[in-house]
Design a protein around this ligand. Sequence first.
Ligand SMILES: O=C(O)CCC(=O)C(=O)O
Length: 210
Amino acid sequence: MFAIRDAVDDIERLSWQSSLFSEGHDETRPPIERINLDGDSWVDFAPAWLSSTDAVFDHLLHTLRWEQREMAMFQKVVWQPRLSGEASEADVPAPLRSALLEIGDRYELSFDHYFANLYRDGQDSVAWHADKIGIMSQEPLVVIISMGATRTFCLRPKLGGETQRFTVTHGDLLVMGGRCQHDWEHSVPKTAALVGPRISFTARHMKDAN
Ligand SMILES: O=C(O)CCC(=O)C(=O)O
């Protein structure tokens, strides 16, 4: 059984200043570009897609119930090197809610699962993995909105091959689709750069996945 630690007190120790970041787009959303990873898997990416990103970051940072979870690694149990927070519909601030509605319309999907990850600094990370939603659905969509520090989001084919790297920063939208969760793995590696906190807010459709 893995332990879960309440990490709300960690938030006070983070060095986050909203004025360090730009606010994303003004009125119209930037275009979303499709990057085909192979014939079956793709990533849709748009920089600065979210509006009021500072306010959304601040809201999530101070209102979500952040936790740190244990995980198994090389036969040992260790703390995950990041915090996570489940989010309900009510936890999603208005600019993010309207962004998610637009994304849902675009992909003809309604989201029923929200989850946020908080990388406190460059030493926080997530190792190579594919989302388990891939077991339930042929072509699951995983929506990630990045806020805060700039980090690298990596994707590599499960059967070996070149790693694709995306620089993700404040307000960026990245959607993994097609057979991404079946055929590819993703990660956010540690960085030696002195970076502040980053939140990745993820949205998925889990119910009735077939
Ligand atoms: O933080 C990110 O951008 C990646 C999140 C992720 O891989 C996950 O939660 O499964």
